[in-house]
Write a protein that binds this ligand. Structure first.
Ligand SMILES: Cc1ncc(COP(=O)(O)O)c(C=O)c1O
Length: 359
């Protein structure tokens, strides 16, 4: 189904960056997608307009109470020149799941996918082609009603912006180090942990600064109740291979249901690996380092795809993961997922959506 999306092209095209290999989220393309919601009217006026500032009242409720959600996905230019989005339907579904948790009215998932495809089509020239680079899509919904009181807003603004990106971590695909902290927690049962909402990222800043000061790349979040169950990494889901078995924490409402997590689990099951979604305690992780059964540890996420973990800090000690380098499954997953993304390998699960040439 094609939705009537109006398009107003810019008359002021920006220079397209020629080297984005080591930048993430700093340059934005020429256009953005915008749509509004008003009570009684529903979502309306989908349009692509020149990238630019919004005119917002200082009383805009999102600015005060944080009623907002976002998501993040990527598009890739293959060696054949075709631009493909990776699992846009899965991201559209998560937009609506996050929205539901924040009392934001749902959108037609097909409209969300169309907003991705049409915008990337308009700014197609911005999609970089080097391996490791991509166009990053950032769909966002904010409560746009101007009022100062705590209740769900009656109007919302949905927008999508695009940014050509390279590596997310300064380390590139080198192993990252994680600090498991008992001092800070990210989410607790009944909270917002499963939603992609700004509050979760605001809550992570101080812990991330703390980890950086202690010499680690990111935080390894422990659960908010017992502070001993591994949850996820800064902006990635977590996987470990212990004694031949791959394990990842189950989706219990406190962690984000990562699309890369799901893709990795699907591929590893295709490969016949022993894979379980089962809680992992920090004590068990430490014991597996000590007895040599911890074979690999890695994070999964749209930004870095798969990121090897080389070191974990806990209670003042540092634990090296195996030989501290990327393990076999980690490397195989990175190769397999990126090969699918760049159209260099078959796509048996139908994860890719080629961006049709309409403009
Ligand atoms: C907190 C958190 N966990 C996990 C992920 C990984 O999710 P995905 O694979 O869908 O990018 C992200 C990134 O989106 C995240 O922000």
């Amino acid at each position: 189904m094609t939705h009537p999306i109006s398009i107003q092209l810019t008359s002021n095209f920006k220079p397209i960056p020629t080297d984005v290999k080591s930048s993430f989220g700093t340059a934005f393309t020429d256009h953005m997608f915008v749509m509004e919601y008003h009570e009684g009217q529903g979502w309306h006026d989908p349009r692509i307009v020149p990238y630019g500032n919004f005119d917002l009242s200082p009383a805009t409720s999102m600015l005060h109470y944080g009623q907002a959600i976002f998501d993040g996905l990527k598009g890739f230019r293959g060696d054949d020149g075709v631009v493909r989005l990776f699992r846009p339907e899965a991201h559209a579904a998560r937009v609506n799941r996050s929205a539901a948790q924040l009392c934001i009215p749902p959108m037609d998932p097909d409209m969300i996918v169309q907003s991705f495809l049409r915008l990337v089509d308009v700014d197609r020239a911005w999609v970089p082609s080097a391996r490791g680079t991509a166009i990053y899509l950032r769909p966002t919904i904010i409560a746009s009603e101007a009022f100062i009181s705590v209740r769900p807003a009656k109007s919302y603004l949905y927008f999508v912006i695009l940014s050509p990106v390279g590596a997310y971590y300064a380390e590139g695909n080198e192993p990252v180090s994680l600090l498991a902290t008992e001092e800070f927690t990210r989410a607790s049962p009944g909270g917002l942990g499963a939603a992609k909402t700004p509050a979760n990222y605001a809550a992570s800043l101080m812990a991330a600064e703390h980890a950086k000061k202690a010499g680690f790349t990111q935080v390894l979040w422990l659960d908010g109740v017992e502070r001993r169950w591994l949850e996820e990494v800064g902006t990635m889901n977590l996987m470990v291979k212990i004694g031949g078995q791959v394990r990842t924490p189950p989706l219990g409402g406190t962690i984000l249901a990562g699309v890369t997590r799901d893709s990795a689990l699907t591929l590893m099951r295709d490969w016949g690996l022993d894979v379980v979604e089962k809680p992992i305690s920090i004590e068990e992780l430490v014991a597996s380092v000590r007895d040599g059964t911890l074979e690999e540890m890695w994070g999964t996420g749209t930004a870095a795809v798969v990121s090897p973990v080389g070191m974990v800090g806990y209670r003042g000690e540092r634990f090296q993961v195996a030989d501290g380098r990327a393990g076999k499954v980690t490397e195989r997953l990175y190769e397999a997922i990126t090969s699918i993304q760049y159209g260099a390998a078959p796509d048996p699960h139908g994860w890719l959506a080629p961006v049709p040439l309409l403009n």
